[in-house]
Design a protein around this ligand. Structure first.
Ligand SMILES: *Cc1c(COP(=O)(O)O)cnc(C)c1O
Length: 383
Protein backbone atom coordinates (compact mmCIF):
# COMPACT_ATOMS: atom_id res chain seq x y z
CA UNK A 1 0.00 0.00 0.00
CA UNK A 2 1.16 3.51 -0.74
CA UNK A 3 1.22 6.22 1.91
CA UNK A 4 -1.70 7.84 0.20
CA UNK A 5 -3.80 4.71 0.58
CA UNK A 6 -2.81 4.13 4.20
CA UNK A 7 -3.60 7.76 5.05
CA UNK A 8 -7.04 7.34 3.51
CA UNK A 9 -6.39 10.01 0.85
CA UNK A 10 -8.08 8.87 -2.33
CA UNK A 11 -7.38 11.85 -4.58
CA UNK A 12 -4.52 11.93 -7.09
CA UNK A 13 -1.80 14.52 -6.67
CA UNK A 14 -2.57 16.27 -9.99
CA UNK A 15 -6.09 17.15 -8.82
CA UNK A 16 -6.23 20.64 -7.28
CA UNK A 17 -8.97 19.75 -4.79
CA UNK A 18 -9.66 22.53 -2.27
CA UNK A 19 -8.07 21.76 1.06
CA UNK A 20 -11.41 22.04 2.95
CA UNK A 21 -12.70 19.14 0.87
CA UNK A 22 -9.76 16.80 1.43
CA UNK A 23 -10.54 13.82 3.61
CA UNK A 24 -14.29 14.24 3.06
CA UNK A 25 -16.81 11.78 1.69
CA UNK A 26 -19.98 12.80 -0.14
CA UNK A 27 -23.04 13.20 2.10
CA UNK A 28 -25.81 10.67 1.89
CA UNK A 29 -27.66 7.92 3.64
CA UNK A 30 -26.84 4.51 2.22
CA UNK A 31 -29.30 3.75 -0.61
CA UNK A 32 -29.72 0.08 0.28
CA UNK A 33 -32.58 -2.09 -0.94
CA UNK A 34 -34.82 -3.25 1.89
CA UNK A 35 -38.48 -4.20 2.06
CA UNK A 36 -39.05 -1.48 4.68
CA UNK A 37 -37.03 1.65 3.78
CA UNK A 38 -37.42 3.87 6.82
CA UNK A 39 -34.20 5.87 6.68
CA UNK A 40 -34.64 9.15 4.78
CA UNK A 41 -37.90 10.63 6.10
CA UNK A 42 -39.70 10.39 2.79
CA UNK A 43 -43.47 10.15 2.57
CA UNK A 44 -44.12 6.40 2.08
CA UNK A 45 -47.15 6.81 -0.19
CA UNK A 46 -46.80 7.04 -3.98
CA UNK A 47 -48.52 9.98 -5.70
CA UNK A 48 -52.26 9.42 -6.25
CA UNK A 49 -53.35 8.72 -9.85
CA UNK A 50 -55.21 12.06 -10.16
CA UNK A 51 -52.03 13.97 -9.28
CA UNK A 52 -49.94 11.90 -11.70
CA UNK A 53 -52.38 12.73 -14.50
CA UNK A 54 -52.23 16.46 -13.76
CA UNK A 55 -48.44 16.46 -13.63
CA UNK A 56 -48.23 14.54 -16.90
CA UNK A 57 -50.61 17.03 -18.56
CA UNK A 58 -48.80 20.03 -17.10
CA UNK A 59 -45.41 18.76 -18.22
CA UNK A 60 -46.67 17.77 -21.67
CA UNK A 61 -47.94 21.30 -22.25
CA UNK A 62 -44.49 22.82 -21.88
CA UNK A 63 -42.50 20.14 -23.75
CA UNK A 64 -42.73 21.84 -27.15
CA UNK A 65 -41.14 24.90 -25.56
CA UNK A 66 -38.08 23.08 -24.23
CA UNK A 67 -35.92 24.65 -26.94
CA UNK A 68 -36.23 27.86 -24.89
CA UNK A 69 -34.87 28.59 -21.44
CA UNK A 70 -37.45 28.34 -18.65
CA UNK A 71 -39.01 31.31 -16.85
CA UNK A 72 -35.96 32.47 -14.94
CA UNK A 73 -38.05 34.04 -12.22
CA UNK A 74 -40.52 31.13 -11.95
CA UNK A 75 -43.35 33.64 -11.54
CA UNK A 76 -46.27 31.25 -11.81
CA UNK A 77 -44.76 28.73 -9.38
CA UNK A 78 -43.92 31.50 -6.91
CA UNK A 79 -47.46 32.81 -7.02
CA UNK A 80 -48.88 29.30 -6.37
CA UNK A 81 -46.48 28.86 -3.46
CA UNK A 82 -47.45 32.28 -2.08
CA UNK A 83 -51.12 31.27 -2.18
CA UNK A 84 -50.29 28.02 -0.39
CA UNK A 85 -48.41 29.89 2.35
CA UNK A 86 -51.18 32.47 2.75
CA UNK A 87 -53.93 29.84 2.92
CA UNK A 88 -52.17 27.26 5.05
CA UNK A 89 -49.44 28.84 7.13
CA UNK A 90 -50.39 32.41 7.95
CA UNK A 91 -52.43 32.98 11.05
CA UNK A 92 -53.66 36.57 11.04
CA UNK A 93 -53.07 36.93 14.79
CA UNK A 94 -49.38 37.35 14.10
CA UNK A 95 -49.15 38.45 10.52
CA UNK A 96 -50.77 41.52 9.03
CA UNK A 97 -49.54 41.55 5.45
CA UNK A 98 -49.82 38.83 2.85
CA UNK A 99 -47.02 36.78 1.37
CA UNK A 100 -46.52 37.66 -2.34
CA UNK A 101 -44.42 36.03 -5.08
CA UNK A 102 -41.72 38.58 -4.16
CA UNK A 103 -41.44 36.85 -0.76
CA UNK A 104 -40.78 33.40 -2.26
CA UNK A 105 -37.72 31.79 -3.81
CA UNK A 106 -37.98 28.21 -5.15
CA UNK A 107 -35.02 26.02 -6.09
CA UNK A 108 -34.04 22.39 -6.68
CA UNK A 109 -34.80 21.17 -3.18
CA UNK A 110 -34.41 23.20 -0.03
CA UNK A 111 -30.75 22.20 0.01
CA UNK A 112 -30.18 24.48 -2.98
CA UNK A 113 -32.03 27.27 -1.15
CA UNK A 114 -29.79 26.75 1.89
CA UNK A 115 -26.68 26.82 -0.28
CA UNK A 116 -27.81 30.06 -1.95
CA UNK A 117 -28.36 31.64 1.47
CA UNK A 118 -24.82 30.67 2.46
CA UNK A 119 -23.43 32.06 -0.80
CA UNK A 120 -25.26 35.35 -0.42
CA UNK A 121 -24.99 36.17 3.27
CA UNK A 122 -22.77 36.20 6.28
CA UNK A 123 -19.22 35.27 7.10
CA UNK A 124 -19.95 33.56 10.43
CA UNK A 125 -22.41 30.69 10.67
CA UNK A 126 -23.79 28.70 13.58
CA UNK A 127 -26.54 26.36 14.69
CA UNK A 128 -27.58 23.82 17.27
CA UNK A 129 -26.21 20.32 17.59
CA UNK A 130 -27.54 17.73 17.03
CA UNK A 131 -29.38 19.05 14.00
CA UNK A 132 -29.48 18.65 10.24
CA UNK A 133 -25.98 17.64 9.18
CA UNK A 134 -26.22 19.41 5.81
CA UNK A 135 -26.12 22.84 7.47
CA UNK A 136 -22.44 22.49 8.51
CA UNK A 137 -21.57 20.53 5.35
CA UNK A 138 -22.96 23.24 3.02
CA UNK A 139 -21.35 25.95 5.17
CA UNK A 140 -17.90 24.41 5.06
CA UNK A 141 -18.15 23.65 1.34
CA UNK A 142 -18.55 27.38 0.63
CA UNK A 143 -15.45 28.05 2.73
CA UNK A 144 -17.01 29.26 5.99
CA UNK A 145 -16.78 27.67 9.41
CA UNK A 146 -19.76 26.42 11.40
CA UNK A 147 -19.98 26.92 15.17
CA UNK A 148 -22.33 24.81 17.24
CA UNK A 149 -24.42 25.32 20.37
CA UNK A 150 -25.30 22.04 22.11
CA UNK A 151 -28.93 21.21 22.82
CA UNK A 152 -29.80 19.97 26.31
CA UNK A 153 -30.11 16.24 27.01
CA UNK A 154 -33.84 16.49 26.22
CA UNK A 155 -32.81 17.95 22.81
CA UNK A 156 -34.37 21.35 23.51
CA UNK A 157 -32.33 24.58 23.44
CA UNK A 158 -30.85 26.05 26.59
CA UNK A 159 -32.01 29.63 26.01
CA UNK A 160 -29.54 31.24 28.41
CA UNK A 161 -26.63 29.30 26.93
CA UNK A 162 -27.79 30.42 23.49
CA UNK A 163 -28.08 34.05 24.60
CA UNK A 164 -24.48 34.03 25.82
CA UNK A 165 -23.27 32.29 22.67
CA UNK A 166 -25.02 34.76 20.34
CA UNK A 167 -23.78 37.77 22.30
CA UNK A 168 -20.20 36.48 22.17
CA UNK A 169 -20.01 35.05 18.63
CA UNK A 170 -22.56 37.23 16.79
CA UNK A 171 -23.11 34.72 13.95
CA UNK A 172 -24.51 36.38 10.83
CA UNK A 173 -26.37 33.20 9.91
CA UNK A 174 -28.00 31.04 12.58
CA UNK A 175 -29.78 27.81 11.62
CA UNK A 176 -32.78 26.58 13.58
CA UNK A 177 -34.55 23.41 12.45
CA UNK A 178 -38.08 22.90 13.73
CA UNK A 179 -39.27 20.20 13.96
CA UNK A 180 -35.62 19.35 14.38
CA UNK A 181 -33.96 16.55 12.44
CA UNK A 182 -32.88 14.03 13.79
CA UNK A 183 -34.68 14.61 17.09
CA UNK A 184 -38.23 15.38 15.90
CA UNK A 185 -38.67 18.08 18.56
CA UNK A 186 -40.32 21.35 17.58
CA UNK A 187 -40.32 24.78 19.18
CA UNK A 188 -43.35 26.99 19.85
CA UNK A 189 -43.44 30.22 17.86
CA UNK A 190 -42.87 32.28 21.04
CA UNK A 191 -39.46 30.61 21.52
CA UNK A 192 -38.52 31.20 17.89
CA UNK A 193 -39.53 34.85 18.29
CA UNK A 194 -37.34 35.11 21.38
CA UNK A 195 -34.37 33.67 19.48
CA UNK A 196 -35.08 36.06 16.58
CA UNK A 197 -34.96 38.99 19.00
CA UNK A 198 -31.60 37.83 20.34
CA UNK A 199 -30.20 37.67 16.81
CA UNK A 200 -31.57 41.14 16.03
CA UNK A 201 -29.15 42.53 18.63
CA UNK A 202 -26.35 42.00 16.14
CA UNK A 203 -26.66 42.00 12.35
CA UNK A 204 -27.76 38.45 11.60
CA UNK A 205 -30.30 36.24 9.83
CA UNK A 206 -32.28 33.48 11.52
CA UNK A 207 -32.80 30.64 9.06
CA UNK A 208 -35.72 28.50 10.19
CA UNK A 209 -35.60 25.14 8.40
CA UNK A 210 -39.19 23.85 8.40
CA UNK A 211 -38.65 20.78 6.20
CA UNK A 212 -41.13 18.90 8.41
CA UNK A 213 -43.47 21.85 9.02
CA UNK A 214 -46.60 20.18 7.65
CA UNK A 215 -46.28 17.37 10.21
CA UNK A 216 -46.01 19.77 13.12
CA UNK A 217 -48.71 21.05 15.46
CA UNK A 218 -46.79 24.33 15.95
CA UNK A 219 -47.32 27.58 14.04
CA UNK A 220 -44.95 28.34 11.15
CA UNK A 221 -42.22 30.94 11.66
CA UNK A 222 -43.56 32.58 8.49
CA UNK A 223 -45.78 34.46 10.94
CA UNK A 224 -42.70 36.22 12.34
CA UNK A 225 -41.52 37.80 9.08
CA UNK A 226 -43.67 40.94 9.53
CA UNK A 227 -42.11 41.84 12.85
CA UNK A 228 -38.69 40.24 12.37
CA UNK A 229 -37.38 41.07 8.88
CA UNK A 230 -34.28 38.95 9.42
CA UNK A 231 -36.25 35.68 9.71
CA UNK A 232 -35.95 33.41 6.65
CA UNK A 233 -38.14 30.31 6.52
CA UNK A 234 -37.08 27.38 4.34
CA UNK A 235 -39.61 24.73 3.31
CA UNK A 236 -39.63 21.75 0.98
CA UNK A 237 -42.05 19.62 -1.00
CA UNK A 238 -39.81 16.58 -0.42
CA UNK A 239 -41.38 15.31 2.77
CA UNK A 240 -45.07 16.06 3.44
CA UNK A 241 -45.92 16.56 -0.27
CA UNK A 242 -44.48 13.15 -1.24
CA UNK A 243 -42.43 14.97 -3.90
CA UNK A 244 -38.81 14.19 -2.96
CA UNK A 245 -37.99 12.94 -6.46
CA UNK A 246 -39.07 16.20 -8.10
CA UNK A 247 -36.63 18.39 -6.08
CA UNK A 248 -38.57 21.47 -4.99
CA UNK A 249 -37.80 23.59 -1.96
CA UNK A 250 -38.39 27.29 -1.30
CA UNK A 251 -37.50 30.20 0.90
CA UNK A 252 -40.11 32.55 2.36
CA UNK A 253 -38.64 35.89 3.45
CA UNK A 254 -38.76 39.65 3.03
CA UNK A 255 -38.40 40.68 -0.64
CA UNK A 256 -35.01 42.26 0.20
CA UNK A 257 -33.72 38.82 1.21
CA UNK A 258 -35.16 37.21 -1.93
CA UNK A 259 -33.64 39.97 -4.12
CA UNK A 260 -30.22 39.32 -2.62
CA UNK A 261 -30.53 35.60 -3.36
CA UNK A 262 -30.78 36.52 -7.07
CA UNK A 263 -27.14 37.63 -6.91
CA UNK A 264 -26.00 34.03 -6.49
CA UNK A 265 -28.62 32.00 -8.34
CA UNK A 266 -27.54 29.99 -11.35
CA UNK A 267 -29.07 31.21 -14.62
CA UNK A 268 -32.34 29.34 -15.29
CA UNK A 269 -31.71 27.12 -12.27
CA UNK A 270 -35.18 25.59 -12.16
CA UNK A 271 -36.10 23.58 -15.26
CA UNK A 272 -39.40 24.16 -17.04
CA UNK A 273 -40.23 20.50 -16.33
CA UNK A 274 -39.69 20.96 -12.60
CA UNK A 275 -41.73 24.17 -12.56
CA UNK A 276 -44.65 22.56 -14.41
CA UNK A 277 -44.59 19.48 -12.17
CA UNK A 278 -44.51 21.56 -9.00
CA UNK A 279 -47.38 23.81 -10.15
CA UNK A 280 -49.53 20.74 -10.86
CA UNK A 281 -48.65 19.19 -7.49
CA UNK A 282 -49.48 22.37 -5.54
CA UNK A 283 -52.86 22.46 -7.26
CA UNK A 284 -53.45 19.11 -5.52
CA UNK A 285 -52.12 20.03 -2.09
CA UNK A 286 -55.38 18.86 -0.50
CA UNK A 287 -54.95 15.34 -1.84
CA UNK A 288 -51.21 15.23 -1.20
CA UNK A 289 -51.47 16.51 2.34
CA UNK A 290 -54.37 14.20 3.20
CA UNK A 291 -51.82 11.53 4.07
CA UNK A 292 -49.99 13.79 6.51
CA UNK A 293 -52.67 13.26 9.14
CA UNK A 294 -52.46 9.50 8.67
CA UNK A 295 -48.67 9.61 9.10
CA UNK A 296 -49.09 11.62 12.32
CA UNK A 297 -51.52 9.05 13.69
CA UNK A 298 -49.12 6.22 12.75
CA UNK A 299 -46.25 8.16 14.32
CA UNK A 300 -48.06 8.40 17.64
CA UNK A 301 -48.99 4.71 17.50
CA UNK A 302 -45.37 3.74 16.75
CA UNK A 303 -44.16 5.94 19.58
CA UNK A 304 -46.60 4.26 21.99
CA UNK A 305 -45.53 0.79 20.81
CA UNK A 306 -41.84 1.65 21.28
CA UNK A 307 -42.46 2.89 24.81
CA UNK A 308 -44.47 -0.17 25.64
CA UNK A 309 -41.50 -2.31 24.57
CA UNK A 310 -39.35 -0.35 27.02
CA UNK A 311 -37.60 2.01 24.61
CA UNK A 312 -37.09 5.67 25.32
CA UNK A 313 -38.54 7.94 22.63
CA UNK A 314 -37.98 11.62 21.97
CA UNK A 315 -41.37 13.37 21.54
CA UNK A 316 -41.72 13.83 17.78
CA UNK A 317 -43.61 16.51 15.87
CA UNK A 318 -42.34 15.19 12.51
CA UNK A 319 -42.62 11.99 10.43
CA UNK A 320 -39.84 10.12 12.23
CA UNK A 321 -38.91 9.12 15.76
CA UNK A 322 -35.55 9.18 17.50
CA UNK A 323 -35.48 6.35 20.01
CA UNK A 324 -32.96 4.95 22.47
CA UNK A 325 -32.78 3.13 25.74
CA UNK A 326 -31.75 -0.12 24.08
CA UNK A 327 -28.41 -0.50 25.87
CA UNK A 328 -29.99 -2.01 28.96
CA UNK A 329 -33.20 -3.49 27.60
CA UNK A 330 -31.92 -7.05 27.41
CA UNK A 331 -29.85 -8.13 30.45
CA UNK A 332 -27.95 -10.67 28.34
CA UNK A 333 -26.93 -8.21 25.61
CA UNK A 334 -26.15 -4.48 25.64
CA UNK A 335 -27.11 -3.27 22.16
CA UNK A 336 -25.38 -0.25 20.67
CA UNK A 337 -26.68 1.84 17.76
CA UNK A 338 -24.50 0.27 15.07
CA UNK A 339 -25.24 -3.34 16.07
CA UNK A 340 -28.98 -2.74 16.37
CA UNK A 341 -29.05 -0.94 13.02
CA UNK A 342 -27.29 -3.88 11.38
CA UNK A 343 -29.51 -6.50 13.06
CA UNK A 344 -32.61 -4.71 11.73
CA UNK A 345 -31.12 -4.51 8.24
CA UNK A 346 -30.50 -8.27 8.39
CA UNK A 347 -34.28 -8.51 8.85
CA UNK A 348 -34.81 -6.28 5.79
CA UNK A 349 -35.69 -3.15 7.77
CA UNK A 350 -33.54 -0.11 6.94
CA UNK A 351 -33.52 2.72 9.49
CA UNK A 352 -30.91 5.44 10.23
CA UNK A 353 -27.94 5.58 12.56
CA UNK A 354 -27.61 9.37 12.83
CA UNK A 355 -24.42 9.25 14.87
CA UNK A 356 -25.94 9.95 18.30
CA UNK A 357 -24.64 7.16 20.55
CA UNK A 358 -27.47 5.12 22.05
CA UNK A 359 -30.11 6.37 19.59
CA UNK A 360 -31.50 5.42 16.19
CA UNK A 361 -33.99 7.23 13.95
CA UNK A 362 -36.91 5.56 12.23
CA UNK A 363 -39.06 7.18 9.54
CA UNK A 364 -42.78 6.53 9.77
CA UNK A 365 -43.74 4.39 6.78
CA UNK A 366 -46.90 2.62 5.69
CA UNK A 367 -48.78 0.63 8.34
CA UNK A 368 -47.18 -2.57 6.99
CA UNK A 369 -43.67 -1.09 7.16
CA UNK A 370 -44.20 0.20 10.69
CA UNK A 371 -45.50 -3.22 11.77
CA UNK A 372 -42.48 -4.92 10.15
CA UNK A 373 -40.15 -2.52 11.95
CA UNK A 374 -41.75 -3.10 15.36
CA UNK A 375 -41.88 -6.88 14.91
CA UNK A 376 -38.23 -7.06 13.80
CA UNK A 377 -37.20 -4.89 16.71
CA UNK A 378 -39.08 -7.16 19.12
CA UNK A 379 -37.33 -10.23 17.70
CA UNK A 380 -33.88 -8.63 17.71
CA UNK A 381 -34.07 -7.32 21.25
CA UNK A 382 -35.57 -10.53 22.59
CA UNK A 383 -32.94 -12.70 20.90
C1 LIG B 1 -35.04 16.52 4.26
C2 LIG B 1 -34.56 17.81 4.78
C3 LIG B 1 -34.39 18.90 3.92
C4 LIG B 1 -34.91 18.78 2.52
O1 LIG B 1 -34.15 18.68 1.53
P1 LIG B 1 -34.64 18.85 0.03
O2 LIG B 1 -33.39 19.33 -0.60
O3 LIG B 1 -35.74 19.87 -0.01
O4 LIG B 1 -35.10 17.51 -0.41
C5 LIG B 1 -34.04 20.14 4.43
N1 LIG B 1 -33.86 20.30 5.75
C6 LIG B 1 -34.01 19.28 6.60
C7 LIG B 1 -33.84 19.51 8.06
C8 LIG B 1 -34.34 18.01 6.15
O5 LIG B 1 -34.46 16.99 6.99
Amino acid sequence: MTDRETSGERWPEWLPLRSVLRGRTPYGAPQIEASARLNTNENPYPLPASVITSIATGVEEILSGLNRYPDRDAIELRSRLATYVNDRLLTSAHHQSKITPAHIWPANGSNEVLQSILLAFGESVAGFTPSYSMHPILTEAVGKSFKTVPLKSDFLPDIELLRGFLAAKKPEIFFLTTPNNPTGRSLPIATIAEIASMIALHRGLLIVDEAYGEFSAEESAVNLIDQHPHVVVVRTMSKAFAFAGARIGYAIARPEVIDALQLVRLPYHLSAITQAAAIAAIDHSDVLLAEVEEIRVNRDATDAALREMGFLTVPSDANFILFGGFADLNPSRAWDSAALWRALLDRDVLIRDVGIPGFLRVTIGTSEENAAFLESLRQVIGS
